[in-house]
Design a protein around this ligand. Structure first.
Ligand SMILES: [Zn+2]
Ligand SMILES: [Zn+2]
Length: 314
């Protein structure tokens, strides 16, 4: 296989041979050197992020040795006309408010979290928790499914997870694991009332991580959101490579779907916690609507950081 540098050099020469672009333009777009070390990739990601607070937070979240924030309550808030966030500074649950009930993405860490944070949190923003129809665990870690069975038992909600992560928790038998219920497959749609959610299988963080794409409204205008299901790079190199493939494929899916809103279930990873506070303080422009180009750059930063993490494993 030719080295990356050889490929880049050949690509740089192509426009010259065709005469379609002036040499200076072609040279400007080619990186001077291919990254050789993990740090080269981290530096490249930081450069891509520039002074963009969302992207800078992502670089930090994907850097080795991440420290999780201290757990503090987050005051519930409706970040869109039809999306509410409840949770703590560590992890959040996202409620999609449809005309026929609520789809809750993630359920925090325990039945107690559901009872003391999710249920009163939804009531705080005027949402009846009895209207939760589906609880989607974006992946099979306990900070995302812990309150699911409580919501199923209390309100009759159905619990959804990708097959691979139902299998994962069947094997690992973690505390607060929900009873096996509905399986999510790649590309599957869930329609509730006026809202259709498309689940994309984005394995890596866990084998069954899903990242849903769904419509949201802000001041009546429609936008398209993705909620990235699992951000922290997994331990093994093999899983990191799977994660990298998911990121690259999802970027293409997101471009096609016109995704212009980026959400995360760990709001410390993408400046989400600060963006909630900006909205609460009365921001007129919704900081979660970052537009298609910045959404793509977000994925490019994630890709670049993962390449660094994979190289650092060697
Ligand atoms: Zn996780
Ligand atoms: Zn988590």
């Amino acid at each position: 296989m030719p080295s990356r540098r050889t490929v880049l050099a050949a690509a740089t020469l192509l426009p010259l041979a065709g005469g379609a672009r002036p040499a200076s333009a072609a040279l400007k777009t080619a990186p001077k050197t291919a990254p050789k070390t993990a740090q080269d990739y981290y530096d490249r990601a930081a450069k891509l992020a520039g002074d963009d607070s969302v992207l800078k937070a992502l670089v930090k979240a994907l850097s080795p040795g991440l420290q999780m924030p201290a757990v503090q309550p987050v005051k519930p808030f409706k970040i869109f006309d039809d999306v509410a966030v409840v949770g703590t500074t560590f992890v959040q649950a996202t409620a999609l408010l449809t005309s026929k009930g609520v789809v809750l993405i993630d359920a925090m860490g325990s039945p107690d979290d559901a009872k003391k944070i999710i249920v009163p949190g939804l009531r705080d923003v005027g949402v009846n928790p009895a209207h939760i129809k589906y609880v989607v665990a974006a992946h099979g870690h306990d900070d995302h499914f812990g309150g699911a069975q409580y919501l199923a038992d209390t309100y009759g909600a159905r619990v959804m997870m990708h097959k691979a992560d139902w299998d994962l928790i069947a094997a690992e038998r973690p505390e607060h694991a929900p009873k096996r219920d509905l399986e999510i497959s790649d590309g599957q749609k869930l329609t509730l009332g006026d809202t259709t959610i498309v689940f994309h299988h984005t394995p890596g963080h866990t084998p069954g991580t899903v990242s849903p794409i769904f419509p949201v409204r802000w001041k009546g205008r429609r936008h398209t959101a993705i909620l990235w299901g699992g951000t922290n790079p997994p331990a093994t190199t093999e899983a990191k490579r799977t994660n990298l493939t998911s990121v690259r494929e999802a970027a293409v899916t997101m471009r096609r779907a016109g995704v212009d809103v980026e959400l995360n279930n760990h709001g410390g990873a993408d400046y989400g916690l600060t963006r909630i506070e900006q909205l609460r303080a009365g921001a007129t422009k919704n900081p979660f609507i970052i537009g298609p180009a910045r959404t793509q750059r977000f994925m490019k930063v994630m890709e670049t950081m993962l390449r660094g993490r994979i190289l650092q494993d060697q």
